[in-house]
Design a protein around this ligand. Structure first.
Ligand code: GLU
Length: 546
């Protein structure tokens, strides 16, 4: 076969060489050990947790004086959605992940672009032509039906799937056959001519998993699709080489095709990047573990967290807990330190399906929010509400003092309250403070209902004095409890229930329902002082029977 003739026949317009690109994209001038990495999402409009998870590369790049960039893998035009690039950039910004180069909202920046794959067609075709010239690529004119038939035959014969051996029917076809098909206008793809032997095991160093041994690739996989656009495999190798990526951090689902990638790097004589295959995010479904699914699990979408208003730092705290085995310990030792102060390392990353647990995230977020100042909470809630609950945002601005007071309740001290782990939960939790959203949701405790209800409420209203200290206030509650035949010590009531109407728990729960609508609420005295005397008295009166 005259490879030059074949290469010119297939790519007449390609005149450059790989050398031209080597010169155009020289090795980066960075300090020793600097990590150059990227995220490379497809512009489908769906920004998921995995994107943020792999954006951990930003930490590695910036910890080492390297570069973190954004590449858009838009080879599948059908899946492209308008505004998807902005969505990725906004989502990453929201989490404090900033790119040094790559695609931007209004174009791109950096010397290693273009950073959108569809704009790199000439580069891919130049590399493809070079492979053709070496006899390492060939056109394949198989139709979808041909390939489906091949797949069936392989299934029936219990053979490995793929285009190889006797199934690789275009691998050694003469030039006349190729010309004839081209003349007919038959569509073709460009395949790699693999010389790999499945008996060979190739060592690959994985930054997270250590040394892997992968079976050498023996299939003639597709380099360029019929529209001349590369497959992920070919584009990944060309891009990460010419963008001088040192670390490819990606989901472990790519381990299956890793043999193809290393084969390409090795064949082209390019230095392989350090592959870092991150553990797929899993969740418990009943008693079994499964991959988080776009269709079934809303929590896979990053927008889920911004809509729910999980504070960004809490999301990071959780992700780092899942990602790095030594993070939790570090965080316990440095509870108030920003997670950015933690030195992230690949070796400490988990290698098997990370269990994603919303409840654990919520606990981390509650703990995190409980440590923040009232001002932080007020500002965070207001910012969230401006986008996701505008009615709340308005109320917060109209009644700023009330809301500032509300978020301050139970804050500070040894054991701050952990009532909410997200802004949406805070909105719900705090709703009773505001007369506009106050509602009675819990029942009156049975032992304090009936004619006792008014007696308790009236007695309480009578002695209620906003000038009292918390101790004085509580002493009065105890006196009232006793005078109405309730046990001040719940234990005593439990022992001899026939001697009492109930215990102090019934009395205070009744008061709590009257003032907050709920039996479970923070300290009544503190709440009353946030509400103010008039509102507190109004609620207590309103709760009287009849
Ligand atoms: N476009 C690929 C994906 O979204 C990128 C994988 C990679 O980082 O190489 O899965």
């Amino acid at each position: 076969m005259d490879y030059q003739a074949l290469a010119d026949l297939l790519f007449p317009e390609i005149t450059g060489t790989i050398g031209d690109y080597e010169a155009k994209y020289p090795p980066r001038n960075l300090p020793e050990g600097a990590v150059v990495t990227r995220i490379a999402p497809s512009p489908t409009g769906f920004v998921h947790l995995g994107n943020l998870y792999n954006a951990i590369g930003e930490r590695l790049a910036h910890q080492t004086g390297g570069v973190f960039y954004l590449r858009i893998e838009d080879t599948d035009q059908k899946r492209e959605v308008e505004g998807a690039v902005e969505a990725v950039i906004d989502a990453m910004n929201f989490y404090g992940v900033h790119f040094d180069e790559g695609v931007t909202k209004d174009g791109e920046s950096g010397a290693y672009g273009p950073y959108r794959q569809r704009q790199r067609k000439t580069l891919y075709q130049t590399v493809a032509k070079a492979l053709l010239l070496r006899g390492l690529a060939y056109p394949c004119f198989c139709t979808e039906e041909d390939l489906a038939k091949m797949h069936e035959e392989q299934e029936a014969a219990k053979e490995n799937y793929g285009y190889y051996g006797k199934y690789a029917i275009w691998r050694d076809r003469p030039m006349e056959d190729i010309k004839a098909e081209l003349q007919k206008g038959t569509e073709w793809v460009l395949r790699f001519r693999s010389e790999g032997d499945p008996a060979n095991m190739i060592p690959v160093q994985d930054g997270i998993r250590g040394e892997l041994k992968v079976q050498e690739n023996y299939t003639d996989f597709v380099l360029l699709k019929s529209d001349g656009i590369p497959t992920y495999h070919f584009a990944h190798v060309c891009d990460d080489h010419f963008m001088r990526t040192t670390h490819v951090i990606r989901d472990e689902s790519w381990l299956a095709t890793l043999p193809i990638h290393v084969q390409l790097f090795d064949t082209l004589g390019w230095q392989r990047p350090v592959y870092c295959h991150t553990a797929t995010l899993m969740k418990m479904d009943g008693s079994s573990k499964r991959k988080l699914s776009k269709r079934k699990d809303p929590e896979l979408a990053l927008s889920y967290y911004s809509e729910a208003g999980v504070p960004q730092e809490a999301t990071w705290l959780y992700l780092l807990t899942v990602l790095n085995s030594n993070f939790e310990e570090w965080h316990m030792a440095n509870p108030d330190a920003d997670s950015r102060a933690f030195t992230f390392s690949l070796e400490k990353m988990s290698t098997s399906g990370s269990l994603f647990d919303l409840e654990k995230l919520d606990n981390i977020a509650k703990e995190y929010l409980s440590r923040q100042s009232a001002d932080f909470v007020y500002d965070g809630l207001l910012t969230w509400a401006k986008t996701y609950d505008t009615a709340l945002a308005e109320r917060m601005q109209q009644k700023e003092a009330l809301y500032r007071g509300a978020v301050a309740v139970g804050r500070g001290g040894e054991k701050p309250r952990k009532d909410y782990g997200s802004w949406s939960a805070a909105a719900k939790f705090l709703s009773f403070y505001d007369a506009d959203t106050f509602e009675i949701t819990d029942a009156c405790p049975e032992n304090a209902d009936g004619d006792k209800r008014n007696a308790i409420l009236d007695g309480y209203l009578e002695t209620l004095d906003f000038a009292d200290t918390q101790e004085e206030w509580f002493a009065k509650v105890k006196t009232l409890t006793e005078s109405l035949g309730y046990a001040v010590q719940p234990k005593k009531y439990k022992k001899n229930p026939e001697l009492y109407c109930g215990s102090i728990v019934d009395v205070t729960n009744l008061l709590r329902v009257a003032v907050t609508g709920r039996q479970n609420a923070p300290d009544l005295w503190e709440i009353s002082h946030v509400l103010g005397e008039a509102e507190t008295r109004r609620r207590l009166k309103d709760y009287r029977n009849g």
